[in-house]
Design a protein around this ligand. Structure first.
Ligand code: DGP
Length: 228
């Protein structure tokens, strides 16, 4: 993290990246964080799941198929993993730090609903987490993602699962737009070179990051007066 702040009175932006496995999301998140650091912005990367905590270690074992777990139980663990990071996210945003999350509650819903859990059940445990100011959903056809290196290493990396997850992400997008407004969920094509995708993303985020954000941090799935 760098030492200078972009704005003193406005809070930091909470930016979430979502997408199917191997869509290039983590590469883009890393490049964005490096770019902000180079430009002297205060920014922090938050990966979900955060595999470093006690809960994160259980999730990691599950994803690597070293442990089995009931679908509901693992869903709640993923949500608990986000809750244990929520206070730090809120604090950083209030201190003018941009927080960039690699996945968030939207993956939680999409992956668990794709396994057959009821959508409403999937949505509940993340209610009132910090609301992202924008979620960029990187799009790539599952068949293209499956050609990328290392696809298939972890539990969810099959074309059938990724196709089902993509369908659920569509429902999640509708829910975000309905409850929080159209501008909170933006699709970005992840096709093309790494540099091309990076510029596409930067074009969408530059204003919000350099200007900071006005107003209080919202609560996920809780409709405020502004979003009604
Ligand atoms: P990643 O570290 O970004 O490769 O994500 C690990 C895997 O975990 C990926 O297949 C997506 C999945 N995942 C991420 N968050 C959640 C969640 O909240 N619930 C479920 N069921 N799966 C998730």
């Amino acid at each position: 993290m760098s030492a200078t702040s972009s704005s003193s009175s406005r809070r930091g932006a909470f930016i979430v990246f979502e997408g199917l496995d191997r869509c290039g999301k983590s590469t883009q998140v890393d490049r964005l964080v490096q770019r902000l650091d180079r430009d002297g912005h205060k920014a922090r990367l938050q990966k979900f799941p955060d595999r470093t905590t006690a809960i994160g270690k259980m999730i990691d074992a599950y994803l690597q198929s070293k442990a089995e777990m009931d679908d509901h139980a693992i869903h709640l663990l993923f949500a608990a993993n986000r809750w244990e990071c929520a206070a730090a996210i809120r604090r950083d945003l209030e201190n003018g730090i941009t927080v960039i999350a690699d996945r968030y509650a939207f993956s939680g819903i999409a992956f668990s609903a794709a396994k057959g859990l009821p959508f409403e059940f999937c949505l509940q445990p993340d209610t009132a987490l910090p609301l992202p100011d924008i979620t960029l959903y990187l799009t790539l056809p599952p068949a293209v993602a499956s050609q990328r290196s290392a696809f298939g290493v972890e539990r969810y990396e099959t074309v059938a699962i990724q196709t089902a997850v993509r369908e659920q992400f569509g429902l999640v997008a509708n829910e975000v737009k309905k409850r929080h407004g159209d501008g909170k969920w933006v699709e970005v094509s992840a096709e093309g070179s790494i540099e091309e995708v990076e510029e596409r993303i930067w074009g969408l985020l530059e204003g919000m990051i350099s200007g900071g954000v006005d107003g209080r941090i919202g609560e996920l799935w809780v409709q405020s007066d502004e979003s009604r």
